[in-house]
Design a protein around this ligand. Sequence first.
Ligand SMILES: [Zn+2]
Length: 172
Amino acid sequence: MPAHPLPPLPQPGPDTAEFWEGCRRHELRIQRCAACRRARFAPRPACPHCGDLRFAWVRASGRGRVHSWTVIHGPTLPAFQHLVPYAAGVIALDEGVFMVGQIRGCPPEAVGEGLRVRVEFDDVGEDVSLPHWRVVGGAATGGGGRARGSSAAARRRGGRAGRARGARTRRR
Ligand SMILES: [Zn+2]
């Protein structure tokens, strides 16, 4: 039984199923236009730059920097109440697209524009993993129990077998 209520879960559709399947495998997938070669996110059938319908899914580096952010103090959904205060923001990926997510690995007040982050995933069910962002390197000046990168890495090494044993991230 999860330690906390589940967050709202994705409802994969024709455009987004590949993205969520990537998350399940701890891969961050984005679309790249076959005509103009530009990356795009969120997933959609046509290129917002040139309108072409041809594209490929590619695995993003999973790295980027904080573009903008806010600190959530609550009240919030029950699934997030144990996290407050926490930072969430818009991440500019190295591929040139933007994604939104929680920013972990340093105190919320230490988050700032340009801070380097990398993606991590929470396994919230057998077939659902949700991405969030963790501060990279020396920018983290503390964070106490929030610095949990090693457990995430261990889960990645464990892969599906780890999940089959019921291993899950407990958000804190
Ligand atoms: Zn294009």
